[in-house]
Ligand binder design. Structure first.
Ligand SMILES: [Zn+2]
Length: 293
C-alpha cells in the first residue's frame, strides 16, 4: 500500500462524510457532515426517521502524531413522536463512536480511562495534554464514573468474601464484597459496621457461603440476614490471630531486657524461662536464644 492509499474516511463511521481537512502546527480539524436517514432516540430508544433540523458539533478525537484532532460535524436532529417523549427533537448519536452530549469520541474517552486505570486520573490528563488533547484530571474522573455507570451490574455467585478497607486510614472505611469464583469485586460499600452489608445481602439472598474476617459486625449481620449461610473465617485473619496469640505468649515469657554478657564479665544469673527449652546432645540446656545455661 502506498502512502496515497491511506483513506482517512475509513477511520470514521460511513454516515459521517468528510468534506474538508485543515491542519495547523498543533491541530488537525476534520470537517464532516451526516448523511444518515435514520437514528435512535437517545431518550426513549425509539427508531427515528424524520429529520427535524441540523446543528454543528465540535468534539475531540484521538490525536494524530501529537496533533490534536478536532471533528466539526454537521449532524441531524430527529423528530421523536413516541408516547414516552411526546414531541421531542433527539440529537443524532453514532453507536460506539459518539454518544449524546459527549465532548469527545468514545475511543478517546476509552483511552483516557485506560490510562487512568494504569496510572491515575491526573497522570492520564498530563499524558494526553502532552499530545495536545485538551482534558483535565477532573474530566477523566467524570469519564471513569460515566463508564462505571454504563457497566452491567456484576454477576455475583453464591460464595463471596467480605472485608473492610480504608478509604482514608483512621477516617473513613468501606466494605468490599468479592465473588469467590471469579476473584473480582462485586460491590464496594460505605462503612464497616455491617449496615451497608446488611442492605446488600438483603438484595443478594442467593449467597450461601461467606468468607470473612473475625470481626463480630459482619458475623452478626450475616447471621441476621442469612441464618443458613455458612460463615468461614478466612486464612489471612486466622494467621493474623495465631501470630497475635504467639506474640502475646512470647511477650509474657521472655524478659523485656536480656543483657548479653561481655567476654570478661561473669554472665548474670538467668531467670528460668517458663517455656520448655531443648536439650543439647551433651545434656546441657539451651535458652531459646541459643545460649547455654
Ligand atoms: Zn424519544
Amino acid at each position: 500500500m502506498s502512502t496515497a492509499d491511506l483513506n482517512l474516511q475509513s477511520f470514521y463511521p460511513p454516515e459521517l462524510s468528510i468534506t474538508r481537512v485543515d491542519e495547523t502546527d498543533n491541530e488537525i480539524v476534520i470537517h464532516m457532515h451526516s448523511t444518515s436517514r435514520e437514528s435512535t432516540c437517545h431518550k426513549c430508544g425509539a427508531p427515528l426517521v424524520r429529520h427535524h433540523g441540523t446543528h454543528r458539533r465540535k468534539v475531540q478525537d484521538l490525536p494524530i502524531l501529537g496533533k490534536r484532532v478536532t471533528l466539526v460535524a454537521q449532524i441531524y436532529d430527529y423528530q421523536c413522536t413516541s408516547t414516552a417523549c411526546g414531541s421531542f427533537a433527539s440529537t443524532e448519536t453514532f453507536d460506539g463512536f459518539l454518544s449524546y452530549r459527549s465532548q469527545m469520541t468514545e475511543r478517546l474517552e476509552d483511552f483516557a480511562c485506560l490510562l487512568a486505570t494504569e496510572t491515575s486520573c491526573e497522570a492520564s490528563a498530563r499524558i494526553l495534554n502532552s499530545v495536545n488533547v485538551k482534558i483535565s484530571g477532573d474530566t477523566v474522573i467524570r469519564l471513569l464514573i460515566k463508564k462505571y455507570k454504563q457497566q452491567p451490574p456484576p454477576i455475583c455467585g453464591s460464595a463471596i468474601g467480605v472485608d473492610d478497607f480504608a478509604f482514608k486510614k483512621r477516617h473513613t472505611y468501606g466494605t468490599i464484597v468479592v465473588d469467590e469464583a471469579t476473584h473480582k469485586p462485586v460491590a464496594v460499600l460505605n462503612g464497616r459496621d455491617g449496615k451497608s452489608l446488611k442492605e446488600w445481602l438483603q438484595n443478594n439472598k442467593h449467597v450461601t457461603t461467606v468468607t470473612r474476617d473475625r470481626a463480630s459486625a459482619y458475623a452478626k449481620t450475616i447471621e441476621e440476614v442469612l441464618p443458613d449461610c455458612m460463615q468461614i473465617a478466612d486464612r489471612f485473619h486466622l494467621h493474623q490471630n495465631l501470630m497475635d496469640a504467639v506474640n502475646k505468649v512470647l511477650g509474657r515469657t521472655i524478659p523485656a531486657i536480656n543483657p548479653v554478657p561481655l567476654e570478661n564479665e561473669e554472665a548474670p544469673e538467668k531467670t528460668t524461662p517458663a517455656v520448655s527449652v531443648p536439650s543439647t546432645e551433651d545434656g546441657e540446656k539451651k535458652s531459646i536464644f541459643g545460649e547455654k545455661s
